[in-house]
Design a protein around this ligand. Sequence first.
Ligand SMILES: [Fe+2]
Ligand SMILES: [Fe+2]
Ligand SMILES: [Fe+2]
Length: 485
Amino acid sequence: MTDPTAQTPARLHGLLEQSAEAWGKGLVVVDSDLGIVLCNDRARELMKFPEGVGVVGQSFVSTLCFLALGADAATSEAREAIGNQLLPVIQQEPWSADRIETGGTVIEVGYTPLSGGGFVYTFEDVTEARLLVERNRRLARAHMVALANLAESLDTNAGDHVLRVARMAEEISRILFEQGEFPDILDGFFREQIGTASIAHDVGKIGVPDHVLLKPGPLDADERAIMNRHVDSGRAILEKASLLVDGALHIGLGIEIAETHHECFDGSGYPRKLAGDAIPLAGRIVAVCDVFDALSHRRPHKRPWPVRLAIAYIRERSGTQFDPKVVKAFEAVMEMRRRVILLRWEAPLRLGHPDIDEDRRGLVSLVNQLASAESLRDRSAVEMVLDEVLGHLHACFRSEEEAMRQGGYPDVERHAALHAELIDEVRRYRQRFVDCFGQPEEEGLAVYLCSWFQEHVREDGDFRHYLVIEDADPPKIASRSNGLS
Ligand SMILES: [Fe+2]
Ligand SMILES: [Fe+2]
Ligand SMILES: [Fe+2]
């Protein structure tokens, strides 16, 4: 065998370069004088280095600028100047981070300082691996939604409710994190998992008999006791599931939520009358989201409350039922949702049928929330609103078509085909969005939905004369109906 130390530096360099290529990763090695010692083809290809960047024997400074800012610094002089400013931030600790290229390719960039001075950058295309993680995450979420639907009667639209609760729980967590609250609890894991974990908050209702679960009106003491047991059943169901999969972290957080989402901040809740910080933060967050959503949406026995009344209800109970910090973050979420208005709820959009109009109003609000998430480039929020939009469109269109059939509207089949077309379109858009980490190339969906909706309302005009409108009851405001359980 040849003595490796007897190899010429050029030969050793060549071997190193070949090894790096065989490894499949892009590699840039920089010595302690900031000179580029090695830069393989894979690095050039993945990072799309332009001329003058990643050149062996030259200074790393302009390559550093390109890595940090991409194509923004076009000339080599500008790159050199900016690179010099960036040098002090080169760290001593190794790190790795994902970089999303336009077009959606995800490149994992790794940095490792070398013990004798100098450092190594590695680049790897991890798009497939990251997509697999995303698909698994969506699958976990879909399973949780199916479980939530199973636990409640399908008539209660539990699927839509839990998705809305999940999104709001994520938004509140993000705001609390940005405000620097609960730094020991609100780590990346918590913020990523709370949405999926919250979905099963009422899974224990599977054990509640229908005559209690679907009772139209307040429960008596015995029925209330039966209903309240859903928190312990929920915990037991999820604990059992958690035994099957080590590392299904959202189930662990889900157990906490199922068990504590009816505890009150002042200790007057159930089942254990926990108070203040003794209630896990996830339970305190979901408590607010759950009650707000139950109030502001239709349930079998009640009309939705106007949003401002539902917000007032939550605010009035800050410090008693709810954690004041969580209520503050909830109000910030509601404020943000109000800010972007792409579509207004105005007379031409109304049909004069209370249920259909209520659905449409919900759709208008979702279109605005989608526009807001798109403008913030908040990927996770866009994805969650897309899920809600699809669920909502399904429900809206189903009841509209039902009302059309009931009223004997002759054009119902053609109209239903228009609905189906839009659902297909939104589903395809979501597929493209989920399967690509970059921004979709086409215009935002919110703008498309907005114009579709305005156009479609004209189609609905003829149908107005066939409407059968039953007596609309005013919103029922009960302080504690089973809708809030
Ligand atoms: Fe709920
Ligand atoms: Fe329609
Ligand atoms: Fe509950």
